[in-house]
Design a protein around this ligand. Structure first.
Ligand SMILES: [Zn+2]
Ligand SMILES: [Zn+2]
Ligand SMILES: [Zn+2]
Ligand SMILES: [Zn+2]
Ligand SMILES: [Zn+2]
Ligand SMILES: [Zn+2]
Ligand SMILES: [Zn+2]
Length: 1807
């Protein structure tokens, strides 16, 4: 800003200014005095928007420093220090949480779950030893350490523990301030706060308040300010800005990010007309886009404002002022108290400044809000006295604040919403959308002052004060009721549309606030009349709310056709979920005071009476047999039914408390207008009947909406205040009504009056609904069982809370053993989100760790029920779903069968009813019940009954069992009023009912047990059990029982039954075996399990190539040697066979037969890289011939080992291509494989693949080496010949620093040799020609070789395919070398021997790779191979290129890659293409060429090892280590050649030990190479794992490779040429630079095996570490999804716009970008806040896998939902490590994507 830039510091004198202020502040308006100064200097300080450092400096100098000096009247530092010392040490921690910081809550001691500790306090608190919960803060909120109200115990941590004697009554801290300071501070605080409030709420954009307006005209300097809103997406804003203010995409992203983070952003600066133009453009463009894309009616424009820079400057200053004030009041408790009191002091307009700020909240932009909230938090809420005052103000304005919050539309986290929606949908796979909303709930109220309610309402004393004196409950509820107004329909009930509005969702936060206000219940002595009065007022409001819900969303049974539209139902359940805790809390409050309970009960009855739609006049007489009742007429199957009955259920809840206060339904205290029992049960009964009818398939046409409602009605989340309450109400009814009447009501509502007639069994011609009736009768009996046996509720049965949870746990575990989280999920939570599980589970169950098998997540365990609790099992447990019931029954019957016990599942003995509910048991002895029992038993006894089902029989037996239990109890208690027994035995006393046939329950039972054919043994056993129990009870009553009946029931039939069962069993076993046989046949098609499982089973399932080097066949007497003159002939290769997985045909593998291929996956890899972040990104210019020794980027090939005919595969692949290309483009990316990258899934195991490897038969010449060693060429002669060849083949051009490589004729070399040497040298190339064993490759084989090499080239380098490129063959060699090295490392890492322990997929892949690498080059283009060979050799013979500048030294090259390339290319070196047949193969054979090549390359490797050996002499001298001494000589020689002085060379033995260790990996790789190349079996000793083997491995390998195991011999005594080569290698200037440079870490041998980074043991340590991490691109801001690369440990700001970059023309997130740089496209990350592992591959694909952190129950916690403490699980981290090392990331992703379609919808590249 250019305004008055001439104004400079020369005019500024702080002393004068402060002087002036000091003398005048008392006299008048201090603010205008300040404004005089600020008018000029604010504009000076905030004139540059781009230079924060300068702004900071100027602000401090001109603006804040004078203020501080004024306040202190001296050096601020010193004065503040003095003040600080007067403060009482604070016992409150008050640490304010940053977003993402870990918080801890104690599940045993916290008053409620919102009470948390910071990490520092937690670590020194007692709660660390308790059961605690860990979580991450959403930002805001502070540590409650030291707050006595937050903790039941352990209030202080070690740090904040008060010293003894310090706890005295604290004084008013303001009294400690000096008077003059108080005066100045008061003036200053008032003035600055007033200014701040004025500026932040200033609404004019082009002028300032009077005193601040600069003299004269304002300059024409404006900005165009863009504001945040929740309508527009990030992309829309970016697009609009790019067009409207013509900025780059990057700039637009920056603007959008700022808008998102700060709530507003300057998008352009300039003159008023410029800015105005930009504003118009933005608004127009944006509304156009909006109209075009959304077609919604409210095409809203982005909010843009043109503001004068001076206004912006003052607003900036006001923001800084808030921070400054915060800092000042933190200096002293006195200042803080003073500030708070002043801020809440009423002003002229009766509002305090704090109130103005509070009410302006929604008008402010985001930063302004955040800042002012922090000021409130740091100021007001930290001081107990002020907090109280503030909370009263807050309550006073609550309604207005909530209203503003609901209507507010510019606070919405655009980026979170757009990027995270996808993530959330994935996490919540197991939940439906309803649950999702439930989960998202807590974190939603992002930046609103209403969030403050947590800080206020959860403080018990404050909440109590606000409820009692300021009517808090009514205030909150009325606010919510107002919001409900617009949702009311004409019947006065709530209705919701499908897409809920933002406004109402926000209004629902009131329900959270309500919960906070209720969470701390008053104790018995704490009730006062005020509290009662205002509580009842709140309760009345609550009833008003419930009334709106009672009967909403009613449904009617569809009979004709299906419903056309699924009705909306989620809204109501959502509300129910949010209300649930409140209902529970209201009930608990009511239950704690007799007076309140009576008042609440009466009011509820009143509302119940007013809102029930029961028409009293519509009653009808119903009779069952000889009994009658007057029932309410209502047909559930044709009239409307609502599942929402909160008023009725609340009444039931209140009723259960009556007994505790000595009250009962008819108490004179209770309401006068009492509903009768029939009315009480009517509505819940209708719901039960509807559910029963739905179970009987009568509501099928009502669709999923009804099914979902019924599901949630019973679900653990809702049932406590829905289903359970309905049952309770039925029990209340049953306890008050006459038993006969009650049963008749039920029968009538179920529509079973006809069924209950004896004649019903006689066919009458109309059988349509018979099946339905049978099912309904079963449901009816089920309900009666539940009403009688569900007594586990406080107030109903004689039980404790622990009993209730224990019973739930027992019944869950009767289904199957469960993991801790599964068990916890099945239990209802209380209002503190606790289930009470931990308190009881140990009593009833044993925790058994699952044994760690292969691939299992280590340590996960399950709870198993202790056997002594099995008898508590009740199959009719009312929280069982249908599946739970049948599963548990099955499990229990199976267990009993195995134990040879009776299979009956009799009712367990229920606890006693509380006196109030005791009359319910009379149901069991009432006439209708006895009648029904006899009715069903007689139907069972009848030979053919049409209306009986075994289920009915089972249930009636259960009821009889219950009756017997009650009878036993009555006898024990001496209670004579319960007399089931005489009725059951037909002993009628006073003219009761009797059957016409004179039979009674007992005689009927006896009849059944001997006559009936039961399909299940368990029912027969139950009948037996019933008869036995009946006799036992009779014996108890001293009635004579013929022992016969007891004993008889289980003998003769048993034998017969046993025989029959045995017969059945045999038949079943036969059938099973047959099925098994079929299964194994079909198994081939079924192997879709994880690859690992498959890997281990594949060998048995499929005929594979018999290993052509089977270990067992090898001749053990002579040690096999693979290379050199003494090499062993390859094993006699039997004909090899392979089976095509596509056509299932088996065939021999020969060159003349059809070609076969293995699936393959080729990928770039940095897994072996020894330096990070250097991954090869652009392969176009890269020369891959010499692999760098740090293995930066290699090419890895893997295979699942499945074989196909080449043509079968081609047909298969073409079909995929055709299918995918036909698909519309927009669907195409939705696959687990990318067809554009030639990917496909293995047709058998669905392993991801992108190529095929041809499987070549044993085509290698089996030339027998001549036994006469004199025929062999010596190393030095060979070296000489190669040297001569190279010298003659490199033609250096004069003017370029380049050379031409053209192999010279063989004669040129042999001419220069002695004759016998020349002959032998020539023979190296000719002897192979003589062999003639290979007939050449078929064209099909060639085609497949070409296909593989094309892919190896293009995937290995990341370039487009190009068959003519000379690098193709190199890439084939490289992928072979790299894959061998990779497998060697895996084996080494697992301490496995080289041979015999590889998986078959690994060995198949290697075998084919090596053969292909050997066969490809000569088969395709010999000339290019010759060139490569010369180029390779010229690296080791530097004298061949005298002019060329040396760029690499021997330390720079990986010698194993070099070896593979040289071995593969050397046979072609002198091949005369004019002589050899065109399809002739020139292959390495393990002869002299190979031996000498190996020798040469190893010599170089030895020099690498010695040069890099970095240890100085240590330890004892050991005499006689000749090898070590020889090595030392070499060591000294090469170091002096390299001109590097080692002062203290290592000892000989150190050298020889080191060389053996360092050389070993190379030897192991070479052995794998030659083994696969020559087919010479590996010595059996190399597949041993013994200790001894590990010591001998080096020697064994040397022997197998035909080498001397003295490594010094590699370089010693091989003539002048060798010596001169060594000299040249070591004198290389590059080498000296490399060794002396300290910048780059040198590669060390043996090559290090890479590991994933090490992780801390305790997960919270990670969270804490991450909370300090900020986005690297937007300075100092939080990162929303901090993500850690597990390969290199780098932290990334993932899933966020700020850190997106362009990569290969696509916008990608930080993780994807990093995956490319660090892992060549594949990445493994830990998302720290979510606690999940992210795998990425190939830019568009990814998946989440479980983290390596587990809780005490061995379970992971993705998303940190449960909050149990998490610790590192070594096994599962090892598992991840192995996954990464074995290059299985792409494969794992593909498998995950394939099995979980929702993962495909995630934009992985944005992570
Ligand atoms: Zn703390
Ligand atoms: Zn503390
Ligand atoms: Zn604790
Ligand atoms: Zn085939
Ligand atoms: Zn496969
Ligand atoms: Zn970022
Ligand atoms: Zn990394």
């Amino acid at each position: 800003m250019a305004l008055r830039s001439s104004l400079q510091a020369t005019e500024f004198s702080q002393n004068n200014l402060v002087q002036q202020w000091h003398s005048n502040y008392r006299t008048g308006d201090f603010l205008s005095l300040l404004k005089q100064h600020w008018r000029e200097y604010v504009l000076v300080a905030f004139q540059s928007f781009d230079d924060p450092a300068r702004e900071e400096r100027l602000t401090s100098k001109y603006l804040f420093s004078p203020l501080e000096h004024f306040l202190c009247n001296g050096e601020p530092e010193a004065v503040f220090q003095q003040l600080k010392e007067k403060d009482q040490p604070s016992q409150l921690c008050g640490h304010v949480f940053k977003n993402g910081e870990p918080t801890y809550s104690c599940r045993e001691c916290a008053t409620d779950p919102t009470c948390v500790l910071c990490m520092e306090c937690f670590q020194t608190s007692v709660h660390k030893q308790h059961r605690y919960r860990m979580s991450t803060s959403g930002g805001g909120g502070y540590c409650d350490c030291g707050d006595a109200e937050a903790w039941k115990a352990g209030v202080f941590c070690g740090k904040h523990q008060p010293q003894s004697g310090e706890m005295e009554e604290s004084k008013n801290p303001m009294e400690l301030l000096p008077d003059d300071l108080t005066d100045r501070a008061s003036a200053l605080f008032m003035a600055t706060l007033r200014y701040t409030v004025e500026m932040l709420t200033w609404e004019h954009s082009d002028r300032l308040p009077d005193n601040l307006q600069p003299d004269g005209e304002l300059t024409d300097n404006y900005v165009c300010m863009l504001f945040n809103d929740e309508v527009h997406t990030y992309e829309q804003v970016i697009n609009t800005l790019q067009r409207a203010v013509s900025c780059t995409h990057k700039e637009a992203v920056d603007f959008a990010t700022t808008v998102d983070r700060e709530g507003r952003s300057t998008v352009t600066t300039g003159s008023f007309s410029d800015c105005e133009k930009a504003r118009n453009l933005i608004e127009r463009d944006n509304s156009e886009i909006h109209r075009r894309y959304t077609s919604r009616h409210n095409a809203k424009a982005l909010k843009v404002q043109v503001m004068h820079t001076a206004v912006v400057a003052h607003q900036q200053f006001a923001l800084r002022m808030i921070q400054w004030l915060q800092n000042i009041i933190a200096q002293s408790d006195g200042l803080r108290r003073l500030f708070c009191l002043l801020s809440m002091q009423q002003q002229e307009n009766e509002q305090s400044l704090m109130e103005i700020l509070l009410l302006a909240d929604t008008q402010l932009w985001k930063t302004a809000r955040v800042q002012s909230h922090q000021l409130m938090m740091a100021g007001v809420l930290m001081d107990q006295e002020c907090k109280k005052k503030f909370s009263i103000i807050f309550t006073k304005h609550y309604t207005n604040l909530m209203k503003a919050f609901c209507m507010d539309d510019h606070d919405h986290d655009v980026s979170i919403a757009s990027l995270s929606v996808q993530i959330f949908t994935v996490i919540s796979l197991c939940y439906n959308s309803l649950m999702k909303e439930f989960i998202l709930d807590d974190h939603y109220r992002t930046v609103s002052v209403t969030k403050m309610s947590v800080q206020i309402f959860t403080v018990p004393t404050l909440a109590r004060l606000l409820v009692a004196e300021h009517n808090l409950l009514a205030v909150i509820l009325q606010t919510f009721l107002q919001a409900c107004e617009e949702k009311k329909n004409k019947d006065g009930k709530l209705t919701f549309e499908r897409a809920g509005t933002q406004t109402f969702k926000r209004a629902c936060f009131s329900l959270h606030d309500l919960k906070y206000a209720l969470i701390c219940k008053p104790g018995p002595g704490e009730w006062t009349d005020d509290l009662r009065k205002s509580f009842i007022e709140g309760f009345a409001c609550f009833l008003d709310l419930l009334k709106l819900i009672e009967g909403m969303d009613h449904v009617k049974r569809q009979t004709g056709q299906h419903l056309e539209f699924e009705p909306e139902w989620e809204g109501a359940f959502n509300l129910q979920l949010k209300l649930e805790d409140n209902i529970v809390l209201f009930l608990e409050w009511c239950g704690s005071d007799r007076q309140v309970l009576i008042e609440a009960y009466n009011r509820t009855v009143e509302v119940f009476n007013s809102c029930k739609d029961i028409d009293r006049s519509k009653k009808c007489q119903v009779s069952v047999s000889e009994w009658n009742a007057s029932c309410i007429k209502y047909d559930v199957s044709s009239q409307p039914i609502s599942i929402h009955l909160p008023v009725t259920r609340l009444l039931a809840g209140l009723h259960s408390f009556l007994g505790q206060h000595g009250l009962y339904f008819e108490s004179p205290d209770c309401s006068l207008v009492r509903p009768d029992p029939a009315e009480l049960i009517e509505l819940p009964l209708r719901v039960e009947v509807m559910v029963a009818q739905s179970n009987a398939n009568m509501w099928r046409r009502n669709g999923y909406a009804l099914i979902n409602q019924i599901f949630f009605y019973h679900n653990v989340k809702c049932r406590t205040e829905m289903y359970d309450r309905d049952i309770l109400m039925l029990q209340i009814g049953a306890s008050m009504a006459d038993g006969n009447e009650f049963l008749i009501h039920l029968l009538y509502k179920f529509g079973l009056t006809a069924w209950a007639k004896e004649q019903y069994d006689i066919p009458s011609g109309q059988d349509d609904s018979l099946r339905q009736t049978v099912l309904l009768a079963e449901e009816f009996l089920n309900l009666v069982v539940i009403v009688l046996s569900e007594r586990y509720m406080i107030g109903v049965g004689d039980v404790t809370r622990a009993d209730i949870v224990r019973r739930e746990v027992i019944h869950q575990l009767c289904i199957s053993p469960l993991a801790h989280s599964e068990l916890a999920k099945a239990l209802p939570e209380d209002t503190n989100h606790e289930t009470g599980l931990e308190d009881v589970v140990k009593d009833v169950a044993n925790f058994k760790k699952v044994t760690v098998g292969k691939g299992s997540q280590g340590g996960k365990g399950k709870y198993e029920l202790k056997p002594e609790f099995l008898s508590s099992y009740n199959p009719y447990f009312y929280h069982y779903t249908k599946t739970d019931k049948s599963k548990s029954e099955e499990a229990q019957v199976k267990r009993k069968k195995e134990n040879n016990e009776s299979q009956a599942l009799p009712p367990p003995v229920p606890p006693k009813f509380q006196p109030q509910f005791a009359p319910i048991v009379n149901l069991l002895q009432c006439d209708v019940m006895i009648y029904l029992m006899e009715l069903i038993l007689s139907r069972a006894a009848a030979s053919r009954s049409r209306s009986l089902s075994e289920t009915q029989l089972e249930r009636i037996l259960h009821l009889i069992g219950l009756a017997l239990h009650e009878q036993r109890r009555a006898i024990t208690d001496g209670n004579n009023s319960f007399d089931f027994l005489s009725k059951a035995c037909g002993q009628l006393k006073d003219g009761g009912h009797a059957r016409k046939d004179g039979k009674c329950i007992q005689s009927l039972l006896d009849g059944i047990v001997n006559s009936h054919n039961f399909t299940h043994d368990s029912i027969r056993d139950l009948v037996t059990w019933t008869i036995k129990t009946l006799s036992e009870v009779r014996q108890m009553k001293n009635e004579p029982v013929s022992m016969e009946t007891v004993e008889n029931v289980s003998s003769p039939r048993d034998e017969k039954a046993k025989a029959a069962r045995e017969k059945k069993r045999v038949a079943a076993e036969k059938r099973r075996q047959k099925i098994m046989a079929q299964m194994s046949q079909m198994q081939k098609n079924f192997i879709k399990d994880n690859a690992e499982l498959f890997e281990n089973t594949s060998t048995e399932l499929f005929p594979r190539i018999d290993s052509d080097m089977d270990l067992s066949e090898a001749d053990t007497s002579s040690f096999p040697i693979a290379v050199g003159p003494h090499r062993t002939p390859p094993g006699q290769t039997a004909s090899l066979c392979g089976m095509c997985i596509l056509c299932q045909e088996e065939q021999e593998l020969t060159l003349s037969n059809r070609a076969m291929v293995l699936t393959a996956f080729i990928q770039k890899s940095t897994v072996l890289a020894l330096t990070r972040g250097n991954a090869l990104l652009h392969g176009e210019e890269h020369d891959p011939l010499l692999m760098r020794s740090d293995l930066r980027t290699g090419s890895h090939t893997s295979s699942c080992g499945h074989m196909m005919h080449a043509d079968c595969w081609q047909t298969f692949f073409d079909a995929i291509l055709a299918r995918e290309r036909r698909r519309p483009l927009r669907f195409r990316h939705n696959f687990s494989y990318d067809i554009e990258k030639m990917e496909f899934l293995c047709p058998l195991c669905e392993c991801i693949s992108n190529s095929v490897i041809p499987v070549l038969p044993a085509i290698f010449p089996s030339t027998q080496p001549s036994p006469d060693s004199s025929n062999h060429l010596h190393f030095h002669d060979w070296l000489d010949g190669i040297h001569k060849t190279v010298i003659n083949s490199v033609k250096e051009s004069e003017d370029f620093d380049d050379a031409e490589y053209q192999t010279c004729p063989l004669t040129t070399v042999t001419k220069q040799m002695a004759e016998n040497v020349a002959q032998k040298f020539q023979a190296l190339w000719s002897c192979i020609q003589d062999a003639g064993a290979s007939a050449g490759l078929s064209s099909e084989h060639r085609e497949m070789l070409r296909k593989f090499s094309r892919d190896a080239y293009s995937f290995g380098l990341g370039v487009d395919p190009d068959d003519d490129n000379s690098r193709v063959s190199i890439m084939v060699w490289n992928t072979c070398a790299f894959s061998i090295q990779s497998i060697e490392q895996i084996l080494r890492d697992e301490c496995k021997p080289l041979f015999g322990q590889m998986s078959s997929r690994q060995s198949d892949c290697l075998r084919s790779l090596v053969k292909v690498a050997a066969a490809y080059s000569p088969a395709i283009n010999t000339d290019i191979v010759k060139q490569h060979c010369i180029r390779l050799l010229s690296f080791l013979f530097p004298d061949a290129c005298k002019n060329k500048k040396t760029e690499q030294c021997v330390l720079d090259v990986d010698m194993f890659h070099y070896l593979v390339a040289l071995v593969m290319s050397l046979p072609s070196l002198h091949l005369d293409t004019s002589v050899a047949p065109t399809n002739y193969l020139q292959l390495p054979s393990g002869g002299d060429n190979d031996l000498h090549t190996l020798h040469l390359v190893m010599a170089v490797h030895l020099i690498q090892i010695l040069l890099l050996f970095d240890q100085e002499s240590s330890g004892m001298e050991v005499d006689g280590d000749y090898e070590g001494e020889a090595l030392l000589i070499i060591y000294n020689k090469i170091h002096s050649l390299a001109n590097i002085q080692k002062e203290n060379p290592p000892l000989p033995w150190q050298l020889s030990v080191h060389v053996r260790k360092a050389m070993l990996p190379f030897l192991r790789c070479s052995a794998l190479l030659y083994h696969n190349l020559t087919g010479v079996a590996a010595p059996a000793e190399l597949s041993e794992t013994t200790e001894e083997y590990l010591n001998k491995e080096f020697d064994l390998l040397c022997r197998y490779l035909g080498l001397n195991f003295h490594m010094s011999r590699l370089v010693d005594n091989h003539g002048e040429l060798m010596d001169s080569l060594i000299t040249r290698w070591c004198k290389n200037t590059v080498l000296k630079d490399t060794l002396s440079a300290s910048s780059q870490p040198l590669v060390q041998y043996p090559l290090r095996i890479n590991k994933l980074i090490s992780l801390p043991e305790d997960y919270s340590e990670l969270i804490n570490r991450v909370s300090a991490f900020t986005c690297p691109k937007s300075d100092g801001d939080d990162s929303r999804a901090p993500t850690m690369c597990l390969v290199c440990g780098q932290m990334l700001c993932s899933q966020s716009y700020c850190c997106q970059t362009e990569f290969e023309g696509v916008t990608v997130g930080a993780a994807t970008e990093h995956a490319y740089k660090c892992g060549s496209g594949a990445g493994i990350f830990l998302r720290v806040r979510e606690c999940q592992i992210l795998l990425l591959a190939g830019r568009t694909k990814g998946c989440f896998v479980p983290p390596p952190y587990i809780d005490a129950y061995g379970e992971t916690d993705q998303g940190l939902r449960r909050g149990n403490p998490l610790h590192l699980c070594k096994e599962s981290y090892d598992h991840l490590q192995k996954l990464w090392m074995s290059h299985a990331i792409p494969e794992t992703i593909a498998h995950n994507l394939e099995s979980n379609a929702t993962l495909l919808t995630i934009d992985w590249q944005h992570l």
